[in-house]
Each structure stands twice: as structure tokens, then as C-alpha cells.
Design a protein around this ligand. Structure first.
Ligand SMILES: C[S@@+](CC[C@H](N)C(=O)[O-])C[C@H]1O[C@@H](n2cnc3c(N)ncnc32)[C@H](O)[C@@H]1O
Length: 215
């Protein structure tokens, strides 16, 4: 089991459950090893003792038609945070554009339950989005952008984020239906890309998710 542990699972006892008490259940979703040893993973209580594949299948049955893409040409450190938030909102797939490698630390093991797809460049991502009937919305505070706070986001949607420094590439913005900006009021030119992704994902959730289906 130790090989399956991640950053949020190192300090056993902080959350989770011990070995299953009583007769062993025969539900195939349960993992015999977790039943025997306890389950300290970073999963909601409803998934305690479940096999990873069973958890993924359960989320798959109710994932949102929302996709997230982040450009990764300079090895962006925010991707882990984006993946963790995408997992929390049952996003369909997180698309990494550019470099294949990314720092998984911020994902806190949530990438195990999240579909991920790599695209070598923006063009491949845009072609994939068209083929899958997704409308691309870039998120950045560049000139000509429309306020995310009042924009109507498409339901079948791919939200595309840029990196620290360059921001969303011109090619990505040209291929998007629109670019949405998050209103700012202080001195900084921009906010952290992982934080921006969380705000934008939640904007989509407020418009399209069935809140009665949340945990
Ligand atoms: C740190 S920003 C860098 C680019 C920014 N355009 C600039 O002028 O510095 C990195 C990414 O975070 C997101 N982001 C940061 N602040 C944002 C805002 N106020 N509105 C929309 N997106 C934002 C965008 O996806 C952006 O590409």
C-alpha cells in the first residue's frame, strides 16, 4: 500500500478510516486490501474502501461536459493545482498543451482519478475540440477580453488557460470563441493561473451544474 501513498496520505490518522469492522462485504467496488488495512486516501467518505477503478467509473457516469486546458510550454508549476480543482468539479478531462512533463505535487494525488490528455501544440488542441463539439473559451485579461462575471459560458466548453509570464498564446485566443477576464481591483497585473482556473471553473459550475448533485 505504501507505493500508493501520496502527499496527503503520508500523515496517517489525520483522516480516513481503519480496517473494516464486521463481516467482509462482497461488493466488487470494495478493495480487499483497503478493507483489511483501512483507507487513509484523500477521497470523500462515500468512496471509502472503493477500488480506484470503481471511483473513476462512478465519477465518469456523471462528469460535466467541461474540459480544461493549460499551456505548458515553459513547465508551468500551477498544473497540479488546476488538476486538483478539476477533479473536485468532476471536469471531464484536463488537457496539457506543450510539454508532456508537469509537476504533480500540487495535484495531491487527485490526478489518479482525473482523465488527462496531452497535445503537442495549440493547433492539435483546437482540432480536438472541434472534433468533440466543444466551444473553446480562453481565460486571460488581455485587451478585448469580456468580463467572466457576466459572460454566458457554453455548456459543452473547453476553458483554456495560459502560463505565468506569457499568458494565453495568441494562437489560442484566435482559436477561441472569446477570451474572458476576471475582474481585478488591486495593483497586480494578474492573478496566479491556478487561482484563475478555480474561479473560471466555478463560474461554469454556477451556470451549468446541478448543485443538488454535489456532495
Ligand atoms: C499570471 S497570468 C499571465 C499573463 C497576463 N496576461 C499578464 O499580463 O501578466 C497566467 C494565466 O493566469 C490566468 N489569469 C491570471 N489573471 C487573470 C485574470 N485577471 N483574468 C483572466 N485570467 C487570468 C490566465 O489564464 C493567464 O494566462
Amino acid at each position: 500500500m505504501d507505493s500508493l501513498k501520496g502527499p496527503t496520505e503520508w500523515h496517517e490518522g489525520r483522516h480516513g478510516v481503519g480496517p473494516w469492522q464486521g463481516p467482509t462485504p462482497d461488493d466488487p467496488r470494495y478493495d480487499p486490501e483497503l478493507l483489511a488495512e483501512g483507507d487513509r486516501r484523500n477521497v470523500v467518505d462515500a468512496y471509502r474502501y472503493w477500488r480506484r477503478e470503481a471511483i473513476i467509473a462512478d465519477i465518469d457516469a456523471r462528469r460535466h461536459p467541461l474540459h480544461i486546458a493549460i499551456e505548458n510550454f515553459e513547465n508551468d508549476a500551477n498544473i497540479g493545482t488546476v488538476v486538483r480543482t478539476a477533479n473536485a468539479f468532476a471536469v471531464d478531462t484536463v488537457h496539457i498543451v506543450g510539454r508532456r512533463r508537469w509537476n504533480r505535487r500540487g495535484a495531491m494525488v487527485t490526478d489518479r482519478y482525473q482523465h488527462l490528455m496531452h497535445h503537442p501544440d495549440v493547433h492539435s488542441l483546437l482540432v480536438w475540440a472541434i472534433r468533440n463539439d466543444l466551444t473553446v473559451v480562453a481565460i486571460d485579461n488581455t485587451p478585448g477580453s469580456v468580463p467572466l462575471e457576466t459572460a454566458e459560458l457554453p455548456r459543452e466548453c473547453l476553458l483554456l488557460f495560459g502560463q505565468e509570464g506569457p499568458g494565453v498564446s495568441e494562437e489560442a485566443q484566435e482559436g477561441a470563441l472569446m477570451t474572458c477576464s476576471i475582474a481585478q481591483f488591486g495593483s497586480t497585473r494578474s492573478i496566479n493561473a491556478g487561482v484563475a482556473a478555480g474561479i473560471a471553473m466555478h463560474a461554469w459550475i454556477r451556470q451549468h451544474a446541478d448543485l443538488g448533485a454535489s456532495w
